[in-house]
Design a protein around this ligand. Structure first.
Ligand code: GLU
Ligand code: MG
Length: 445
Protein backbone atom coordinates (compact mmCIF):
# COMPACT_ATOMS: atom_id res chain seq x y z
CA UNK A 1 0.00 0.00 0.00
CA UNK A 2 2.72 2.42 0.97
CA UNK A 3 4.42 2.11 -2.41
CA UNK A 4 1.25 3.46 -4.00
CA UNK A 5 1.71 6.82 -2.34
CA UNK A 6 1.89 9.50 -4.95
CA UNK A 7 5.36 11.06 -5.36
CA UNK A 8 4.91 14.42 -3.78
CA UNK A 9 7.97 16.43 -4.78
CA UNK A 10 8.42 17.45 -8.37
CA UNK A 11 11.76 19.11 -7.68
CA UNK A 12 13.53 17.41 -4.78
CA UNK A 13 15.84 20.43 -4.29
CA UNK A 14 12.97 22.87 -3.71
CA UNK A 15 12.92 24.13 -1.00
CA UNK A 16 16.53 24.12 0.13
CA UNK A 17 15.93 22.30 3.42
CA UNK A 18 13.82 19.32 4.38
CA UNK A 19 12.93 18.78 7.99
CA UNK A 20 13.12 15.19 9.21
CA UNK A 21 10.42 14.86 11.87
CA UNK A 22 9.26 12.48 14.51
CA UNK A 23 5.62 12.53 15.62
CA UNK A 24 6.41 12.62 19.34
CA UNK A 25 4.68 11.71 22.61
CA UNK A 26 3.25 15.25 22.82
CA UNK A 27 1.52 14.77 19.48
CA UNK A 28 3.76 17.34 17.82
CA UNK A 29 6.21 17.10 14.93
CA UNK A 30 9.76 17.84 16.00
CA UNK A 31 13.01 17.15 14.24
CA UNK A 32 15.94 18.61 12.32
CA UNK A 33 16.36 20.13 8.89
CA UNK A 34 18.87 18.89 6.32
CA UNK A 35 19.73 20.25 2.87
CA UNK A 36 17.21 18.74 0.47
CA UNK A 37 20.14 17.75 -1.76
CA UNK A 38 21.30 15.44 1.05
CA UNK A 39 17.87 13.91 1.67
CA UNK A 40 18.58 10.58 -0.06
CA UNK A 41 21.77 10.19 1.96
CA UNK A 42 19.76 10.84 5.13
CA UNK A 43 17.21 8.19 4.18
CA UNK A 44 20.02 5.68 4.55
CA UNK A 45 22.08 7.33 7.28
CA UNK A 46 19.52 9.31 9.23
CA UNK A 47 20.33 12.17 11.60
CA UNK A 48 21.22 12.11 15.27
CA UNK A 49 18.44 12.29 17.86
CA UNK A 50 18.48 12.51 21.66
CA UNK A 51 16.46 10.07 23.81
CA UNK A 52 15.35 12.67 26.37
CA UNK A 53 13.68 14.70 23.58
CA UNK A 54 10.72 12.35 23.96
CA UNK A 55 10.11 13.86 27.40
CA UNK A 56 9.77 17.40 26.03
CA UNK A 57 6.14 18.11 26.84
CA UNK A 58 3.79 20.13 24.66
CA UNK A 59 4.81 23.15 26.79
CA UNK A 60 8.55 22.50 26.25
CA UNK A 61 9.10 21.56 29.88
CA UNK A 62 11.10 18.35 30.23
CA UNK A 63 9.41 15.55 32.16
CA UNK A 64 11.30 12.96 34.21
CA UNK A 65 13.52 11.01 31.82
CA UNK A 66 15.27 7.71 32.46
CA UNK A 67 17.80 8.70 29.80
CA UNK A 68 19.00 11.98 31.30
CA UNK A 69 21.70 13.52 29.14
CA UNK A 70 22.85 10.12 27.94
CA UNK A 71 22.43 8.18 24.74
CA UNK A 72 22.26 8.63 20.99
CA UNK A 73 19.65 7.59 18.49
CA UNK A 74 19.15 7.86 14.73
CA UNK A 75 16.09 9.44 13.11
CA UNK A 76 15.68 8.17 9.52
CA UNK A 77 13.13 9.78 7.19
CA UNK A 78 10.65 7.65 5.26
CA UNK A 79 10.88 9.01 1.69
CA UNK A 80 7.21 8.09 1.06
CA UNK A 81 6.25 10.82 3.53
CA UNK A 82 8.36 13.67 2.14
CA UNK A 83 6.16 16.59 1.18
CA UNK A 84 7.05 20.08 -0.04
CA UNK A 85 4.07 22.09 1.07
CA UNK A 86 3.25 25.48 -0.48
CA UNK A 87 2.26 28.13 2.04
CA UNK A 88 0.27 31.29 1.38
CA UNK A 89 2.78 34.06 0.67
CA UNK A 90 4.99 31.86 -1.48
CA UNK A 91 7.23 29.98 0.98
CA UNK A 92 7.46 26.21 0.80
CA UNK A 93 8.07 23.91 3.75
CA UNK A 94 9.43 20.43 3.11
CA UNK A 95 9.18 17.78 5.79
CA UNK A 96 9.19 14.03 6.14
CA UNK A 97 8.24 11.69 8.94
CA UNK A 98 10.83 9.31 10.24
CA UNK A 99 11.56 6.31 12.41
CA UNK A 100 13.88 6.40 15.40
CA UNK A 101 16.28 3.54 16.02
CA UNK A 102 19.25 2.75 18.21
CA UNK A 103 22.65 3.16 16.58
CA UNK A 104 22.66 -0.56 15.68
CA UNK A 105 19.40 -0.12 13.77
CA UNK A 106 17.09 -1.77 16.33
CA UNK A 107 13.80 0.14 16.73
CA UNK A 108 13.77 2.54 19.70
CA UNK A 109 11.11 1.77 22.32
CA UNK A 110 9.68 5.31 22.31
CA UNK A 111 9.44 5.86 18.54
CA UNK A 112 5.70 6.27 18.07
CA UNK A 113 5.85 5.17 14.43
CA UNK A 114 7.81 2.09 15.43
CA UNK A 115 5.32 1.35 18.20
CA UNK A 116 2.50 1.46 15.63
CA UNK A 117 4.40 -0.70 13.13
CA UNK A 118 4.94 -3.29 15.88
CA UNK A 119 1.21 -3.22 16.72
CA UNK A 120 0.30 -3.72 13.05
CA UNK A 121 2.75 -6.65 12.84
CA UNK A 122 1.38 -8.21 16.03
CA UNK A 123 -2.21 -8.00 14.78
CA UNK A 124 -1.21 -9.57 11.46
CA UNK A 125 0.89 -12.33 13.04
CA UNK A 126 -1.75 -13.33 15.58
CA UNK A 127 -4.90 -12.97 13.49
CA UNK A 128 -3.95 -12.45 9.85
CA UNK A 129 -5.91 -9.19 9.97
CA UNK A 130 -5.05 -5.65 8.89
CA UNK A 131 -6.64 -2.51 10.25
CA UNK A 132 -7.57 0.35 7.98
CA UNK A 133 -8.20 3.69 9.64
CA UNK A 134 -9.11 7.28 9.05
CA UNK A 135 -8.71 10.18 11.46
CA UNK A 136 -11.51 12.74 11.36
CA UNK A 137 -10.32 16.10 12.71
CA UNK A 138 -12.19 19.09 14.12
CA UNK A 139 -10.50 22.44 14.65
CA UNK A 140 -11.50 26.02 15.39
CA UNK A 141 -10.35 29.32 13.93
CA UNK A 142 -9.55 31.88 16.59
CA UNK A 143 -10.96 34.83 14.68
CA UNK A 144 -13.71 35.56 12.20
CA UNK A 145 -17.24 36.86 12.27
CA UNK A 146 -19.80 34.52 13.79
CA UNK A 147 -21.57 32.41 11.17
CA UNK A 148 -24.27 29.76 11.52
CA UNK A 149 -23.18 26.14 11.99
CA UNK A 150 -22.93 24.10 8.77
CA UNK A 151 -23.73 27.28 6.81
CA UNK A 152 -22.65 28.26 3.35
CA UNK A 153 -21.81 31.65 4.86
CA UNK A 154 -19.39 30.05 7.29
CA UNK A 155 -17.85 28.07 4.46
CA UNK A 156 -17.61 31.12 2.19
CA UNK A 157 -16.03 33.33 4.86
CA UNK A 158 -13.10 30.93 4.95
CA UNK A 159 -13.02 29.82 1.32
CA UNK A 160 -9.50 31.22 0.87
CA UNK A 161 -8.22 29.22 3.80
CA UNK A 162 -9.94 26.11 2.45
CA UNK A 163 -8.23 26.57 -0.93
CA UNK A 164 -4.83 27.02 0.68
CA UNK A 165 -5.33 23.99 2.93
CA UNK A 166 -6.43 21.86 -0.03
CA UNK A 167 -3.35 22.88 -2.06
CA UNK A 168 -0.99 22.18 0.82
CA UNK A 169 -2.60 18.83 1.61
CA UNK A 170 -2.50 17.84 -2.07
CA UNK A 171 1.23 18.51 -2.11
CA UNK A 172 1.50 15.95 0.69
CA UNK A 173 -0.59 13.45 -1.27
CA UNK A 174 -3.55 13.97 1.09
CA UNK A 175 -6.98 14.28 -0.53
CA UNK A 176 -9.81 15.02 1.91
CA UNK A 177 -13.06 13.12 1.90
CA UNK A 178 -14.96 16.16 3.17
CA UNK A 179 -14.47 19.65 4.63
CA UNK A 180 -17.26 21.32 6.56
CA UNK A 181 -18.19 24.17 8.83
CA UNK A 182 -18.90 22.19 12.02
CA UNK A 183 -21.26 23.10 14.82
CA UNK A 184 -18.97 25.00 17.24
CA UNK A 185 -18.00 28.67 16.83
CA UNK A 186 -15.73 28.94 13.79
CA UNK A 187 -15.29 25.18 13.97
CA UNK A 188 -14.37 23.14 10.91
CA UNK A 189 -13.95 19.47 10.20
CA UNK A 190 -11.67 17.65 7.77
CA UNK A 191 -12.15 13.98 7.04
CA UNK A 192 -9.86 11.69 5.08
CA UNK A 193 -10.45 8.44 3.23
CA UNK A 194 -9.34 5.25 5.02
CA UNK A 195 -5.78 3.97 4.69
CA UNK A 196 -3.55 1.28 6.21
CA UNK A 197 -2.78 2.07 9.85
CA UNK A 198 0.67 3.65 9.55
CA UNK A 199 -0.33 5.73 6.57
CA UNK A 200 -3.50 6.86 8.37
CA UNK A 201 -1.52 8.01 11.41
CA UNK A 202 1.10 9.68 9.19
CA UNK A 203 -1.67 11.59 7.44
CA UNK A 204 -3.16 12.68 10.78
CA UNK A 205 0.19 14.07 11.92
CA UNK A 206 0.75 15.76 8.56
CA UNK A 207 -2.77 17.18 8.38
CA UNK A 208 -2.59 18.89 11.78
CA UNK A 209 0.78 20.41 10.99
CA UNK A 210 -0.32 21.54 7.54
CA UNK A 211 -3.56 23.17 8.70
CA UNK A 212 -1.73 25.07 11.45
CA UNK A 213 1.09 26.17 9.13
CA UNK A 214 -1.28 27.33 6.39
CA UNK A 215 -3.46 29.28 8.81
CA UNK A 216 -0.41 30.95 10.41
CA UNK A 217 0.97 31.93 7.01
CA UNK A 218 -2.36 33.67 6.34
CA UNK A 219 -2.15 35.49 9.66
CA UNK A 220 -4.92 33.32 11.11
CA UNK A 221 -4.83 30.79 13.94
CA UNK A 222 -6.30 27.33 13.72
CA UNK A 223 -6.43 25.27 16.89
CA UNK A 224 -7.18 21.58 17.34
CA UNK A 225 -7.22 21.99 21.14
CA UNK A 226 -9.59 19.44 22.71
CA UNK A 227 -11.65 22.19 24.33
CA UNK A 228 -11.29 25.91 23.78
CA UNK A 229 -13.44 26.83 26.79
CA UNK A 230 -15.37 24.74 29.32
CA UNK A 231 -18.82 25.67 28.01
CA UNK A 232 -18.11 24.95 24.33
CA UNK A 233 -18.29 21.77 22.29
CA UNK A 234 -14.89 20.23 21.86
CA UNK A 235 -12.61 19.54 18.94
CA UNK A 236 -12.70 15.80 18.58
CA UNK A 237 -10.53 13.41 16.65
CA UNK A 238 -12.66 10.44 15.68
CA UNK A 239 -10.71 7.38 14.64
CA UNK A 240 -12.62 5.28 12.12
CA UNK A 241 -11.41 1.72 11.71
CA UNK A 242 -12.25 -1.56 9.98
CA UNK A 243 -10.65 -4.99 9.72
CA UNK A 244 -9.48 -6.67 6.51
CA UNK A 245 -8.09 -10.12 5.83
CA UNK A 246 -4.80 -11.01 4.12
CA UNK A 247 -6.52 -11.25 0.74
CA UNK A 248 -7.77 -7.66 1.10
CA UNK A 249 -11.38 -8.61 1.87
CA UNK A 250 -13.35 -6.65 4.49
CA UNK A 251 -14.25 -8.71 7.59
CA UNK A 252 -16.02 -6.21 9.88
CA UNK A 253 -19.48 -6.74 8.38
CA UNK A 254 -21.90 -9.60 8.97
CA UNK A 255 -25.32 -9.10 7.35
CA UNK A 256 -26.77 -11.71 9.73
CA UNK A 257 -26.00 -9.62 12.83
CA UNK A 258 -28.78 -7.17 13.80
CA UNK A 259 -26.34 -4.27 13.54
CA UNK A 260 -24.09 -5.78 10.87
CA UNK A 261 -21.23 -6.38 13.30
CA UNK A 262 -19.06 -9.40 12.51
CA UNK A 263 -17.80 -11.56 15.38
CA UNK A 264 -14.23 -10.36 14.70
CA UNK A 265 -15.13 -6.67 14.71
CA UNK A 266 -17.34 -7.25 17.77
CA UNK A 267 -14.51 -8.89 19.71
CA UNK A 268 -12.17 -6.09 18.63
CA UNK A 269 -14.68 -3.44 19.78
CA UNK A 270 -15.19 -5.28 23.07
CA UNK A 271 -11.43 -5.21 23.66
CA UNK A 272 -11.32 -1.49 22.92
CA UNK A 273 -14.14 -0.83 25.40
CA UNK A 274 -12.67 -3.13 28.07
CA UNK A 275 -9.43 -1.14 27.91
CA UNK A 276 -11.01 2.27 27.24
CA UNK A 277 -10.20 3.83 30.65
CA UNK A 278 -6.50 3.15 30.06
CA UNK A 279 -6.71 3.86 26.34
CA UNK A 280 -7.82 7.45 26.83
CA UNK A 281 -4.52 8.15 28.60
CA UNK A 282 -3.07 7.75 25.09
CA UNK A 283 -5.94 8.96 22.91
CA UNK A 284 -7.23 12.00 24.86
CA UNK A 285 -4.15 12.87 26.86
CA UNK A 286 -4.14 16.55 27.78
CA UNK A 287 -5.02 18.00 31.19
CA UNK A 288 -8.26 19.35 29.66
CA UNK A 289 -9.17 16.35 27.48
CA UNK A 290 -11.43 14.66 30.05
CA UNK A 291 -13.67 17.75 30.20
CA UNK A 292 -14.58 17.12 26.57
CA UNK A 293 -15.40 13.51 27.42
CA UNK A 294 -18.51 14.44 29.41
CA UNK A 295 -22.17 13.76 28.55
CA UNK A 296 -24.09 15.88 26.06
CA UNK A 297 -21.10 17.23 24.19
CA UNK A 298 -21.49 14.75 21.35
CA UNK A 299 -18.08 13.29 22.16
CA UNK A 300 -17.92 10.13 24.32
CA UNK A 301 -18.38 9.75 28.06
CA UNK A 302 -19.05 6.05 28.74
CA UNK A 303 -17.45 2.75 27.76
CA UNK A 304 -20.24 1.90 25.36
CA UNK A 305 -20.84 0.75 21.82
CA UNK A 306 -23.55 2.74 20.10
CA UNK A 307 -25.37 2.72 16.82
CA UNK A 308 -26.58 6.01 15.41
CA UNK A 309 -25.32 7.57 18.67
CA UNK A 310 -22.81 10.39 18.49
CA UNK A 311 -22.04 10.11 22.19
CA UNK A 312 -20.86 6.51 22.03
CA UNK A 313 -17.26 5.67 22.79
CA UNK A 314 -17.33 3.33 19.79
CA UNK A 315 -19.99 4.06 17.21
CA UNK A 316 -21.22 1.76 14.45
CA UNK A 317 -21.21 4.08 11.46
CA UNK A 318 -24.15 4.19 9.06
CA UNK A 319 -24.08 2.46 5.67
CA UNK A 320 -25.31 3.99 2.46
CA UNK A 321 -24.26 1.24 0.06
CA UNK A 322 -27.13 -1.06 -0.93
CA UNK A 323 -25.47 -4.21 -2.22
CA UNK A 324 -23.75 -6.59 0.26
CA UNK A 325 -20.21 -6.23 -1.14
CA UNK A 326 -20.41 -2.45 -0.95
CA UNK A 327 -21.84 -2.58 2.57
CA UNK A 328 -19.03 -4.88 3.68
CA UNK A 329 -16.40 -2.47 2.30
CA UNK A 330 -18.10 0.55 3.85
CA UNK A 331 -18.75 -0.93 7.29
CA UNK A 332 -16.60 0.76 9.93
CA UNK A 333 -16.50 1.62 13.60
CA UNK A 334 -15.59 5.00 15.04
CA UNK A 335 -13.63 5.54 18.25
CA UNK A 336 -14.72 8.99 19.47
CA UNK A 337 -12.76 9.39 22.72
CA UNK A 338 -9.69 10.85 21.03
CA UNK A 339 -8.35 14.35 20.44
CA UNK A 340 -5.43 16.10 18.80
CA UNK A 341 -3.30 16.20 21.95
CA UNK A 342 -2.70 12.52 21.23
CA UNK A 343 0.21 11.25 19.21
CA UNK A 344 -1.73 9.64 16.35
CA UNK A 345 0.65 6.69 15.94
CA UNK A 346 0.56 5.93 19.65
CA UNK A 347 -3.22 6.30 19.85
CA UNK A 348 -3.74 3.91 16.94
CA UNK A 349 -1.18 1.43 18.29
CA UNK A 350 -2.98 1.35 21.65
CA UNK A 351 -6.35 0.93 19.91
CA UNK A 352 -4.96 -2.02 17.92
CA UNK A 353 -3.51 -3.67 21.02
CA UNK A 354 -6.79 -3.22 22.94
CA UNK A 355 -8.78 -4.65 20.02
CA UNK A 356 -6.31 -7.50 19.62
CA UNK A 357 -6.73 -8.34 23.32
CA UNK A 358 -10.48 -8.62 22.64
CA UNK A 359 -9.88 -10.89 19.64
CA UNK A 360 -7.41 -13.03 21.58
CA UNK A 361 -9.91 -13.49 24.42
CA UNK A 362 -12.75 -14.14 21.97
CA UNK A 363 -14.88 -11.49 23.70
CA UNK A 364 -18.55 -11.41 22.70
CA UNK A 365 -19.76 -8.42 20.70
CA UNK A 366 -20.94 -5.60 22.98
CA UNK A 367 -24.67 -4.90 22.87
CA UNK A 368 -25.16 -1.41 21.42
CA UNK A 369 -26.76 1.08 23.81
CA UNK A 370 -29.68 3.12 22.54
CA UNK A 371 -30.46 5.55 25.33
CA UNK A 372 -28.96 8.54 27.13
CA UNK A 373 -26.55 6.83 29.52
CA UNK A 374 -26.14 10.01 31.57
CA UNK A 375 -29.63 9.33 32.94
CA UNK A 376 -28.52 5.99 34.44
CA UNK A 377 -27.07 5.58 37.94
CA UNK A 378 -23.53 4.18 38.31
CA UNK A 379 -25.09 0.94 39.61
CA UNK A 380 -27.42 0.65 36.62
CA UNK A 381 -24.45 1.25 34.32
CA UNK A 382 -22.31 -1.31 36.14
CA UNK A 383 -25.10 -3.89 35.89
CA UNK A 384 -24.76 -3.57 32.12
CA UNK A 385 -20.97 -3.72 32.19
CA UNK A 386 -20.64 -0.02 31.42
CA UNK A 387 -18.73 2.73 33.17
CA UNK A 388 -17.71 6.37 32.82
CA UNK A 389 -14.48 7.22 31.08
CA UNK A 390 -11.89 8.65 33.52
CA UNK A 391 -12.83 12.09 34.86
CA UNK A 392 -9.23 13.38 34.75
CA UNK A 393 -5.97 12.65 32.96
CA UNK A 394 -4.58 11.60 36.33
CA UNK A 395 -7.27 8.91 36.58
CA UNK A 396 -6.61 7.79 33.01
CA UNK A 397 -2.87 7.51 33.73
CA UNK A 398 -3.66 5.45 36.83
CA UNK A 399 -5.85 3.20 34.67
CA UNK A 400 -3.00 2.81 32.18
CA UNK A 401 -0.54 2.07 34.97
CA UNK A 402 -2.93 -0.63 36.23
CA UNK A 403 -3.68 -2.13 32.78
CA UNK A 404 -1.07 -4.86 32.55
CA UNK A 405 -2.30 -6.02 29.13
CA UNK A 406 -2.05 -2.65 27.46
CA UNK A 407 1.21 -1.71 29.15
CA UNK A 408 2.92 -4.96 28.29
CA UNK A 409 1.76 -4.78 24.68
CA UNK A 410 3.87 -1.64 24.22
CA UNK A 411 7.66 -1.97 23.92
CA UNK A 412 9.42 -2.55 27.24
CA UNK A 413 9.55 0.66 29.28
CA UNK A 414 7.52 2.78 26.83
CA UNK A 415 4.34 2.96 28.94
CA UNK A 416 6.20 4.07 32.07
CA UNK A 417 8.14 6.72 30.19
CA UNK A 418 4.91 7.93 28.60
CA UNK A 419 3.18 8.10 32.00
CA UNK A 420 6.09 10.17 33.35
CA UNK A 421 5.81 12.44 30.31
CA UNK A 422 2.15 13.10 31.00
CA UNK A 423 2.73 13.58 34.73
CA UNK A 424 5.35 16.20 33.82
CA UNK A 425 2.77 17.94 31.63
CA UNK A 426 0.24 17.87 34.48
CA UNK A 427 2.83 19.34 36.85
CA UNK A 428 3.44 22.16 34.36
CA UNK A 429 -0.23 23.20 34.22
CA UNK A 430 -0.99 22.52 37.90
CA UNK A 431 -0.29 26.10 39.07
CA UNK A 432 -2.41 27.61 36.25
CA UNK A 433 -5.92 28.97 36.72
CA UNK A 434 -8.49 27.22 34.48
CA UNK A 435 -8.62 30.00 31.88
CA UNK A 436 -4.85 30.07 31.59
CA UNK A 437 -4.79 26.31 31.12
CA UNK A 438 -7.30 26.40 28.27
CA UNK A 439 -5.35 29.20 26.63
CA UNK A 440 -2.09 27.29 27.00
CA UNK A 441 -3.47 24.23 25.21
CA UNK A 442 -5.11 26.35 22.53
CA UNK A 443 -1.75 27.98 21.83
CA UNK A 444 0.05 24.64 21.45
CA UNK A 445 -2.50 22.52 19.64
N1 GLU B 1 -17.37 18.00 18.55
C1 GLU B 1 -17.69 16.63 18.91
C2 GLU B 1 -16.50 16.02 19.67
O1 GLU B 1 -15.91 16.68 20.45
C3 GLU B 1 -18.09 15.79 17.73
C4 GLU B 1 -19.29 16.23 16.99
C5 GLU B 1 -19.61 15.28 15.84
O2 GLU B 1 -18.92 15.35 14.82
O3 GLU B 1 -20.42 14.37 16.01
O4 GLU B 1 -16.16 14.87 19.49
MG1 MG C 1 -17.68 16.38 13.70
Amino acid sequence: MRASRKPVCEDPMDPAFTMICTADFAGLLRGKGVPSADFDRRVAGGIGWTPTNVQITCFDSIAASPYGALGDLVLRPDPATRAAVPLPGGAKVAFALGDISHLDGAPWECCTRGVLKAAVDRLREETGLELRASFEHEFMLRAGAPTPAFSLMGFADHAGLAEDIAAALAAAGIHPDSFLREYGPNQFELTLPPAPAVEAADRAAQLRAIVRMVARARGETATFTPLLAPDLVGNGVHIHFSLWDRAGAPVSYDPAHPHGLSAAAGAFAAGVLAHAPALVALTAPSAISALRLTPHRWSAAFTNLGRQDREACVRICPLTAREPAGRARQYNLEFRAADAAAAPHLALAALIHAGLAGLRAGLPSPVPTEEDLAALSPDALAARGLGRLPATLDDALAALAADATLRSSLPEGAADIYIDHKRGELAHVAPMAAAERFAAYAAVY
